[in-house]
Structure formats: C-alpha cells, structure tokens
Design a protein around this ligand. Structure first.
Ligand code: ADP
Length: 587
C-alpha cells in the first residue's frame, strides 16, 4: 500500500513539476481539455450515432412513416371528393312519390348532366327497380351487356338485401355506402365504384334506395389522375423535399400479373398515376377502404428510392464528419505550432532581458572603475592616463551602440522607425566608419582587409542606418571568431546593385540556423555564442535596414570556416528610396 502511495506521490509530484515548469505543456493541456477533448467526444458520438442510424435504417423508417401518413391523408381527400360528388348528385334524385315515368325521366336527366356516371338506379321495395344507363354508350355491345348484367344482379340483390343495406347505411354518418368492383369490359378488366344512396325526405319505414355507378374511364382517366396530381403538387410545394409520385392500382395487381397473366398485362400498369411516376414498385402502399375498395394507393420519390436517399445521407454525413475531424486535427497541429512558437519567443525574450542587462553592466562598471581611478589621480604616466581615457571612450561607444540597437528595435516594433534618405557617397561613409573602428579591430589582434571599388556612384541611403548595419556586421565578425582572426570588408558594384560584404574566418553558422539568425532575439546554439555578450537584435536590424533601402541581406557560411554577410543595395534610381524623404516601416 505504502509503495503504491509512494509511487503515486512521485508521479503526481512529477506532473505538478511539469505543470509549473513547462508553459507549453500547460497551454497544450488546457487546450486539449477545453476544446479538443469535447470536440473529439462530439465527433465520436456522432460517428456512433451515424453507425447505428445506418445499421437500423432509421432514416428509411422515418421516411416510410411519413409516407404512410401522406397516404392516409391522400385517401381521406380522395374519398372526400368522391363523397361530395355523389352527395351533390343525390340531391337530384327523384322522390318516391313521383310516378315511375317521371322518375325515369329524372334519372335520364341526371345521366345527361353527369357524363362521369355510367349508370343510375332507383329501388323502391313497393314499386320496383329502375336502372338507367348512359345513352351515349348504348351502342356499345359490351355496355348493353354490362347494363343487363348489373340491372339483374342489383335487382336480385336489393330485393333480398335492400332493407339491410338501407339500415346499415342509415347508421353511417353520411348517407352513402360504396361498393367497388373489378369487372370485364371488352375482355379487359376495369374498375368501377358504385354509391348506394339513402335519399332525402323519405320516411324511415320505406325501403327506397338510389344509386350511381362512376364510369370506369372517368375514374381512370380523369378523377384519379387529377386527384393524384393535386396531391403530389401540394407536397411539391414543401421546401427541399424530393419530388414525389403517386399511383393507384388494384390490391392484387402484382399477384394477378404474375400468376394469371391477364390480357394485355392491363393490371401490370397502374390504374392511374400522377405525373412523374415511372415504372417500378411503390415504396409504401395503402389499401383503400370505403370508396375505392379493392384498390391500393402507392407512393415513391421521383427518380430515386428511399434506400438511395438513406445511403446518400449517411455517406454525406460520414464525409462531413471526416472533414470535421480533419479540420480538428489541422487545428490541433496549427495551435501546437503557434503555441510552440509563442513559447519559444517568450523564452527568447527572457534570454534577451538577461543578455542585455549583462551587456549594460560590464561597460558601465568598467567606465566607473577607470573614471574613479582617474579621479583619485593615482594613475602614473601620460600613456596610462590616455589608455584609461581610450577604454572609457570605447566602452561608452559600445554602450551607445547597444542602446541605439535597442531603441531602433523598439521603434521598429512600434512601427515608428523612420529613415532619412539622402544622396550619399557610400564609399566615403564605409571608409569613415571602418576608420573609427580600426582601433578596436587591431586591438583584438585581427588581420583586416578592406577593398573599396573606385567610382562608386552616390546612392540614396540613410547614413546612420547604413553605418549601424556595418558596425553590427563588423562587431559580429569580431565576436564570433576564435582561432583565425580575420575581417574583410568589400564594397563593389555588381549588375545594377551595390554590395557591401563583411567576411570573417570565425566559427561560422550551421545551415539550419542561417535563416533564423535574422529573426529578432535569435542567437545560435554554439557555446561560443552563449559565452559572448549579445542581444540577438543586430542582424534583425540589419535586415530591416536592408529592406527599407529596397535591398537585401544574405549570409554565406560554413561552420568552422567563417561567414560572409552581404548587404545588397539597389543602384537603379527607380528601385532606390525617394530623395529627401523619410520612410516609415513596420518591423
Ligand atoms: P547577437 O550578436 O547580439 O547575438 P545578432 O542578431 O547580431 O545578435 O546575431 C544573431 C546570431 O547570429 C548570433 O547570436 C550568432 O549566433 C549568429 N552570428 C551573427 N554573426 C555571426 C558571425 N559573423 N559568425 C558566426 N555567427 C554569427
């Protein structure tokens, strides 16, 4: 027990130390916990949900449920329409009190006013049965046959069942009862529906029934297609929905077509269909009850199937989830990189502060020491006194160079650095700068070589900035040379540019660090660099100055052999900064 407690303490201690010590770790952990973890969990959950949706075909089931509902509504509306039509005609029926001639005339009149009917009839248990058929079709032999067959069967049926039909119909909340049937016309099957009517103003003790048969061609060609088209068009109006198609066919259409192979495959085709119905089975169907018994209503999407929609939806969702996951990973990598960069910069900044403090302290204490010694008058001999003064001057120059670098840097960072470009004899400027530096170069035991090409034309530069660049480059050559002490400065023209080269035979810079040394605060990893004072600002200033002049600075270096820094300035007046102007450039 104790052992495990000990291990735990050590483990938690280590974690605590890591937490306190490593800013990058802290930031990343916070990021993971606060953003990435919930996002990843969400993606994972979604993925699982999608998988189960795919497995259980839930989307398909939902669409099917929707279809069922639409079919129920469609049936209701179709029925409603049939009822309204039949009820309107019912009002035209003769009264049982009229004589039979009058009644016959009324029935004929109904037929002529309603070509959508093929037959109408009137049954009175006390007086007999009137059965009239559409005169326009009377010449068709099949129609005459139909007339006779129907008249016979209805007469027989009503004589036996008239009373009970009447009673059953009276119990309904509408005065109608329907009877749908399939029959043969000319060798083909057709569908007809008949309405039995309880007539108005007839006392309940009388057995009187009216009736009408809807013409099969009217149902097939007009009534049903119009209804289906209206229903589909209504659904089409709903946004974003896939277009629907509907059809009506006999309940046993498929069975018929398959087994008994009815003539001409009549039933293989739907009885009626909306626009957009193509071959194939409906996705969902619903058998009619009441008005169109024996028929079934079918629905599907135009040009696609529920299964395909389900498959596509799942595929699209998986794709979206994949893209989301990729984005998340990309975000993670980007954040990791930017956090690392920020943390590295923060470290560079803190190194910078300690480097600069060191660099400020050394010259200051030297100046104080020599000044105090001089003040006390203890220095013997003029030569010694002069040496002390020289040391004081050199140290204060170093101090102002450093402070100038820092000031320039802060102006660049704030976007307030201004350059003053003037026509300048750059050869003279370089010579003078090197002259004033000569002492220091010699003092450190360097071999010095200078080659300034004659006839260099004047160029637009900021004198102080160019001077500062040269001083920084020469200073670096002094600082980063150990065994072979050599400094070479060249100024020459090359193909419409001016090149100022500072070369040394010093420690050199590894290839992978050569581009980084121009970044602010960056100092190479070499131990000599770390033992040498520096702020990591010099080269970033040189690069800024070069850019402000429309030029560039580059390095060519081999570790252990030396480095050559080249400042390139344009000679072409068009590429140079404007004369007598100041330029402001952000860092
Ligand atoms: P600092 O010299 O103050 O560190 P710089 O910006 O001048 O800052 O230089 C950045 C880094 O580039 C230096 O720390 C050093 O590692 C490298 N460097 C610059 N000049 C030379 C050189 N002449 N030889 C070798 N390394 C150099």
């Amino acid at each position: 027990m104790q052992g495990s407690a000990g291990v735990r303490t050590r483990w938690t201690d280590r974690l605590k130390a890591l937490w306190r010590g490593n800013k990058q770790f802290r930031l990343l952990l916070t990021l993971e916990l606060a953003v990435m973890l919930p996002a990843a969990a969400l993606i994972f959950l979604n993925f699982h949900q999608l998988k189960s949706l795919q497995r259980e075909k839930s989307l398909e089931a939902a669409i099917h449920r929707d279809f069922q509902q639409m079919l129920a509504i469609a049936e209701k509306q179709i029925n409603q329409k049939a009822y309204t039509k039949a009820e309107a005609i019912r009002d035209l029926f003769p009264s049982p009190d009229e004589d039979m001639v009058q009644q016959s005339q009324k029935l004929d009149w109904i037929l002529s006013a309603h070509p959508e009917l093929s037959h109408v009839f009137f049954f009175d248990a006390n007086r007999g049965f009137l059965f009239r058929s559409q005169p326009s079709q009377a010449r068709q032999p099949y129609f005459v046959e139909e007339h006779e067959a129907l008249e016979k069967s209805f007469r027989g049926w009503f004589t036996l069942e008239g009373k009970s039909i009447l009673e059953r119909t009276r119990k309904k909340n509408r005065p109608l009862m329907w009877y749908g049937e399939r029959m043969k016309r000319n060798g083909n099957y057709v569908y007809m529906t008949t309405a039995f009517l309880v007539l108005p103003h007839v006392s309940t003790d009388r057995v009187v029934l009216g009736g009408l048969c809807f013409e099969p061609d009217y149902l097939k060609q007009t009534f049903l297609p119009q209804m289906l088209d209206a229903l589909v068009a209504y659904k089409l109006g709903e946004d974003g929905a896939n277009p629907l198609a509907m059809m009506v066919q006999p309940v046993d259409a498929e069975m018929d077509a398959g087994s008994s192979g009815l003539t001409g495959g009549y039933w293989m085709k739907p009885l009626a269909a909306s626009a957009g119905w193509t071959d194939g089975k409906p996705e969902v169907s619903r058998n009619f009850s009441d008005v169109f018994t024996g028929l079934t209503l079918g629905i599907k999407f135009q040009g696609t199937s529920v299964e395909a929609i389900g498959r596509n939806w799942v595929r699209r969702s998986f794709l979206a989830l994949g893209v989301l996951s990729l984005l998340l990973c990309g975000g993670l990598v980007l954040t990791y990189r930017s956090v690392s960069k920020e943390v590295a910069l923060a470290k560079l900044k803190s190194d910078f502060v300690s480097n600069v403090s060191h660099e400020l302290r050394t010259p200051l204490s030297l100046i104080r020491l020599y000044a105090e010694t001089l003040e006390l008058g203890r220095v013997k001999g003029q030569a010694k006194v002069e040496e002390y003064y020289r040391i004081i001057r050199n140290e204060s120059e170093r101090l102002s160079a450093l402070i100038n670098n820092i000031l320039d840097f802060s102006r660049i960072e704030a976007g307030r650095k201004e350059y003053e470009f003037r026509q300048t004899d750059i050869a003279e400027l370089v010579s003078n700068t090197l002259d004033s530096y000569r002492d220091q170069i010699d003092e450190h035991g360097f071999t010095f070589e200078r080659r300034i090409e004659p006839d260099i034309p004047p160029v637009q530069v900021d004198r102080e900035a160019i001077q500062r660049s040269l001083v920084n480059l020469v200073n670096n050559a002094l600082k980063y040379s150990d065994r072979e002490k050599f400094i070479g400065v060249k100024l020459y023209r090359a193909d419409r540019v001016l090149k100022l080269e500072v070369a040394d035979h010093g420690i050199g810079i590894p290839r992978n660090e050569q581009s980084k040394i121009f970044e602010k605060f960056y100092r190479a990893g070499d131990p000599l660099v770390h033992n040498t004072k520096g702020s990591g600002l010099g080269l970033s200033l040189v690069r800024h100055i070069a850019h402000a002049h429309g030029g560039e600075v580059a390095v060519d270096s081999t570790p252990g052999k030396g480095s050559t820094f080249t400042l390139t300035l344009p000679l072409d007046p068009a590429a140079q900064p404007q004369a007598d102007t100041t330029a402001r450039m952000a860092g």
